[in-house]
Design a protein around this ligand. Structure first.
Ligand code: 5AD
Ligand code: SF4
Length: 360
């Protein structure tokens, strides 16, 4: 059988190769994979990490995804929505901390009022920041017209995870109705690209019912769709959600963690010039999990800037990391830990996906 080393020295990875790499159990083989991915990241992007400040400004959501702690039917979630003034204060903080952009994330809403509010908010943020300051949106499924309106108002990037590229698995982790349609999700990703955004997607790793072949198809999906930015991380259970009933099917958290690290590494080898985020979910299993993600080829981190008083209400899963730490402390620690692994925060670079710039 061909060795992991031989696979890593090939020009292109076949589907079988990807399956093999994701299935690695040997520690030495995993190290080889990680080293290869990091060397590719280093030669295309450098020893640099891009930071985006994450603002989880509201946890109201119209959807009922089976895995998510802020799903509409979770009556235990205490709901909040930050005012524009509160959000602008965080934007101001981000600028003072020399962050080059922010990510606005919330549960999914689609009312006319919500759409108008976001358009006005983007305009306010544009006024309060320098013209280059990047605004990323992560506000779920919307119409092409809405995506276009927000883009025209000044948002440059949009994140919408496909969650899984398998329609079958998608149906197992979402209610099967018009509000949770796999085909609509796909169409939305296309529309986000059409509207002109730098486009991000991603998946959850280690879901109940998920196979290594599903994850391989996820990576191939990301490549085929010419995605610019990827955020993916381990699935983590939340006790007040329907998917918790299947927790006996899950692999141990450490295995989900290692599989996530291999997913990042393989994706970096497949797509050397995209932006890959090292997610909070990694850190929720291993304290230095996000640093491990960087060492496996990720190049973006999204420090949480949500005010502390709201942070513990934005619980997508149990044991979420960083919900009690002061934002300033969090950022200082982050800088130290990034240095510790021999990387630098890129303060003077907006960190646009090279893949996106080349494609334009
Ligand atoms: N575990 C891990 N990730 C989750 N998300 C939602 N719920 C969970 C969970 N239980 C992720 C989804 C969503 C993103 C905002 O958070 O991928 O797209
Ligand atoms: Fe809402 Fe997103 Fe959670 Fe689904 S994953 S319930 S859309 S916040």
């Amino acid at each position: 059988m061909i060795t992991v080393n031989e696979i890593l020295n090939q020009q292109e990875l076949s589907k079988q190769d990807i399956i093999r790499l994701l299935s690695i159990t040997d520690k030495g083989d995993q190290e080889l994979l990680i080293k290869k991915a990091y060397s590719i990241k280093e030669s295309t992007i450098g020893k640099r990490v891009f930071l985006r400040g994450l603002i989880e400004f509201s946890n109201y959501c119209r959807k009922n995804c089976y895995y998510c702690g802020i799903r509409r039917e979770n009556s235990k979630a205490s709901r909040y929505s930050m005012t524009d003034e509160e959000i602008l204060e965080v934007v101001d903080f981000a600028q003072r901390k020399q962050l080059t952009g922010i990510v606005l994330q919330s549960g999914e809403l689609s009312s006319v009022d919500f759409i108008k509010r976001i358009t006005a908010l983007i305009t306010k943020i544009k006024k309060a920041t320098n013209p280059e300051f990047r605004i990323t949106l992560s506000l779920g499924e919307q119409s092409l017209e809405t995506y276009q309106r927000w883009f025209d108002a000044g948002a440059q990037r949009y994140l919408l995870r496909i969650e899984t590229s398998s329609e079958d698995l998608y149906k197992k982790i979402h209610p099967v109705d018009d509000l949770h349609s796999f085909k609509v999700r796909l169409k939305c990703i296309e529309n986000i690209q059409k509207a002109g955004y730098m486009t991000g997607t991603g998946v959850m790793i280690g879901l109940p019912f998920q196979t290594i072949e599903n994850l391989t198809d996820d990576l191939l999906f990301i490549k085929e769709r010419d995605i610019d930015m990827v955020g993916m991380g381990p699935y983590l259970e939340h006790a007040d959600t329907p998917l918790y009933n299947h927790k006996d099917l899950l692999m141990p958290a450490m295995e989900r963690f290692n599989l996530s690290i291999r997913m990042i590494a393989v994706l970096r080898i497949m797509m050397p010039d995209i932006n890959i985020a090292s997610t909070t979910a990694l850190q929720s299993i291993v304290p230095l999990g996000r640093e491990a993600g960087l060492k496996a080829g990720a190049n973006v981190m999204m420090p949480n800037l949500t005010p502390l008083k709201y942070r513990s209400s934005y619980l997508l899963y149990d044991n979420k990391a960083c919900i009690n730490e002061d934002t300033d402390d969090c950022l200082n620690f982050l800088e130290k830990r990034i240095r510790m692994i021999g990387e630098e925060i890129a303060y003077n670079d907006y960190g646009d996906s090279i893949h996106f710039i080349k494609r334009k």
